[in-house]
Write a protein that binds this ligand. Structure first.
Ligand code: SAM
Length: 658
């Protein structure tokens, strides 16, 4: 068997690792969903020659959690890519009564096996009748493709073109219900129906989850004026376009693009109905925004008007899996986007299409803020725009379990800008400069200015870090716990600790024992790391830092990782003290707001270069704690006092940690 030595752990090349495609196949999901799960932290990948790989045990673990019903939401997602499933996006409709009526229509369409496009045509005609745009009509008129009489010339043309697409036999007499049923008065009913009828797999593949009205309305209220020229570059059925039109007088100023032909037809009809007394052709086109819009010599259709927007607002597709051919093109057109992430291309494109001083507002997954792979687009935004606002929206879309944020930015460079952060009713502001100076340009929205002052005070001391000053190891993955692990001690077995058994300074009693046969395990670090004379063990999946000092060469499972500090005259006991202390919990949560304690986080934590006396006082207290004295509060206060916080700051840190 061959082994790859990667960073600080060994991977069994023959069995332990799966690539992206086999992971997706094994889980029955698309590779886009796998990528999404990585972004959301459900699965961990690692990079080898710029390709993503996964530990088989992680993938198997997720699979068993799905099968056990533990991850019901994920399960739904897992079924999506391949399954013939649809669902009603109830976040798209505000009124419960309307929802039930619409549900009835959807059921009728499904029960009668009506193809989506003819079904939508019939409902559209019904809608036009209710709007007084179309006079009397019967199902026979449509079947026989009779000339219909409309009060609006452009709508007549649109519908004529829809009807010309219908094939013989696709509309039957029994479908007359759709022409006459009650249709509730709600924005974008047709879009709701389209979403409800689209297969989940298809929606997931093209990232087609339309945005609830209240979110869109707030964006429009913030930026769209009577004469603004506005664009949704991936408009779907036109939720944003309809909201724009609440404020805009001239429909010629409203632009929409989408590569989904049915969505574009609906969006055009929606806008025509909204301005039913005007004679105009909507500026809504069926094109691929990333390849066909703009001034790229190679692929451009050079549409003269699609530029210089006052507002570009949208919810772009996230995590789309591009074909090989498209990926190649994208790399040529957008060389600065290394992540191959669809929302990043749309963000870059929107910056290109705005006029100087124009504003963009995007609905995005929270991962844009801090996941390393998105540092490319964060840098572009920070260096080319003034970020106006980040709104933390939490979960928005049924069946998409990622927290969502709204990101607003204005196209122009500024040196001094304050960004407004909104989370429910809480607001605070942060300096854009801080994000520019952050490692990987992280948008740490959870730290206010006061928080930053506190963090900066800690970083003002002379310090060193563990970066390049430590050895690291992941806990053991046996590959077959039944074979190697038991619950009670027995001859030939030794304790092995899980993350939840890692406390501050001490390990809890073990609940597992292992026969240590590293050559048989699936993932194991070099043995000398577990057996180091002194090491620190820390919880891996945790919102808080838990570090234990260990000089007894204990083993850990993969929920507990290991760091062996190598800074001369800097005791591991002092490092454990710092990381366990209240100020460092504060740094960790405010700066990284992560549920995983990553090596990269730990490497950014400052280790102050205090004098010998301080170190020996700390070590003495740690020894007392290890010896069984409950001295943690005393030690914590000692560390607090070392940073000369004001009383107000101390109070604030203490309250935060409670
Ligand atoms: C998340 S939906 C959002 C629709 C609409 N903006 C909204 O917020 O309700 C994303 C849309 O992007 C479209 N889309 C994806 N890739 C595209 C591309 N390369 N060019 C144009 N449209 C695209 C999909 O068809 C889908 O309608």
């Amino acid at each position: 068997m061959s082994n790859i030595f990667l960073d600080n752990f060994i991977i069994n090349n023959n069995e332990a690792v799966l690539n992206m495609e086999s992971t997706a196949t094994f889980l029955g999901i698309s590779t886009a969903t796998v990528r999404n799960w990585v972004k959301c932290g459900h699965l961990q990948s690692f990079d080898e020659n710029a390709k993503d790989f996964f530990y088989k045990k992680d993938v198997e673990n997720i699979k068993s959690r799905i099968l056990s019903g533990d991850l019901e939401k994920m399960n739904k997602r897992a079924n999506k890519a391949g399954a013939e499933k649809t669902f009603l996006p109830n976040e798209y409709i505000e009124d419960r009564d309307s929802f039930e009526e619409l549900n009835f229509i959807v059921d009728f369409i499904k029960d009668n096996n009506i193809i989506i496009f003819p079904a939508l045509l019939l409902v559209s005609l019904n809608l036009l009748k209710k709007e007084g745009i179309l006079s009397k009509i019967s199902i026979e008129d449509i079947i026989q493709k009779k000339d219909l009489s409309f009060s609006n010339k452009q709508i007549k043309e649109e519908i004529k073109s829809w009807i010309s697409e219908i094939k013989e036999g696709e509309i039957k007499k029994e479908f007359a219900f759709l022409l006459d049923c009650n249709i509730p008065k709600q924005r974008d009913i047709l879009g709701f129906l389209y979403q409800s009828l689209l297969l989940e797999g298809r929606k997931a593949q093209s990232g087609s989850y339309y945005t609830p009205a209240e979110i869109v309305n707030e964006i429009v209220a913030d930026y769209v004026k009577k004469n603004s020229k506005v664009l949704d570059p991936c408009c779907g059925t036109g939720q944003f376009l309809l909201a724009f039109s609440d404020n805009i007088e001239n429909p010629a100023n409203i632009y929409g693009i989408d590569f989904d032909e049915i969505a574009v037809r609906i969006a055009r009809l929606n806008i025509l109905i909204k301005f039913k007394n005007k004679d105009f052709a909507p500026n809504i086109v069926c094109k691929n925004t990333l390849f066909e819009i703009g001034n790229y010599d190679l692929f451009s259709l050079n549409d003269e008007n699609i530029k210089d927007f006052d507002v570009v607002a949208t919810n772009p597709p996230w995590g789309v899996h591009f074909s090989k051919e498209d990926s190649k093109k994208l790399k040529i057109i957008y060389p600065e986007i290394l992540s191959l992430e669809s929302f990043s291309y749309f963000l870059k494109k929107s910056l290109d299409l705005l006029r100087g001083g124009g504003v963009s507002s995007f609905i995005l997954p929270e991962s844009i803020l801090n996941v390393k792979v998105h540092k490319d687009i964060r840098e572009i935004i920070l260096k080319n725009s003034q970020i106006k606002k980040v709104v933390y929206l939490d979960r928005v879309f049924k069946n998409v379990f990622t927290p969502v944020v709204r990101l607003d930015f204005k196209k122009n460079k500024v040196s001094n800008n304050k960004i407004l952060i909104c989370k429910g009713n809480e607001h605070h502001s942060v300096e854009q400069m801080r994000w520019l100076n952050n490692q990987d340009f992280v948008f740490d929205i959870h730290a206010s200015e006061f928080d930053t002052e506190i963090i900066e005070r800690i970083y003002k001391t002379n310090y060193i870090t563990l970066k390049n000053n430590a050895d690291w190891a992941l806990g053991i993955v046996t590959g077959n716990n039944k074979e190697f692990i038991i619950d009670n001690p027995q001859d030939g077995f030794e304790p092995i600790f899980k993350g939840k058994e890692v406390g501050r300074f001490a390990l809890d009693n073990p609940s597992s024992y292992i026969r240590f046969v590293p050559e048989k395990f699936q993932q194991v670090a070099p043995i000398e790391r577990y057996r180091a004379k002194e090491k620190l063990i820390y919880r891996f999946i945790s919102k808080y830092l838990f570090f234990t000092y260990d000089n007894k060469q204990k083993l850990t499972l993969n929920s507990a990782n290991i760091v062996i500090p190598k800074i001369p005259n800097y005791s591991a006991k002092v490092i454990a003290t710092l990381f366990n202390s209240s100020p460092y919990q504060f740094i960790f949560q405010k700066k990284f707001s992560s549920i995983k304690v990553l090596r990269n986080h730990i490497e950014q934590m400052p280790l102050p270069l205090w004098d010998k006396k301080t170190f020996s006082e700390i070590i003495k207290m740690v020894d007392e704690i290890i010896g069984g004295n409950d001295n943690f509060v005393k030690l914590d206060n000692y560390i607090m006092n070392k940073f000369s916080f004001s009383e107000k700051e101390k109070d604030y840190i203490n309250k935060f940690n409670k």
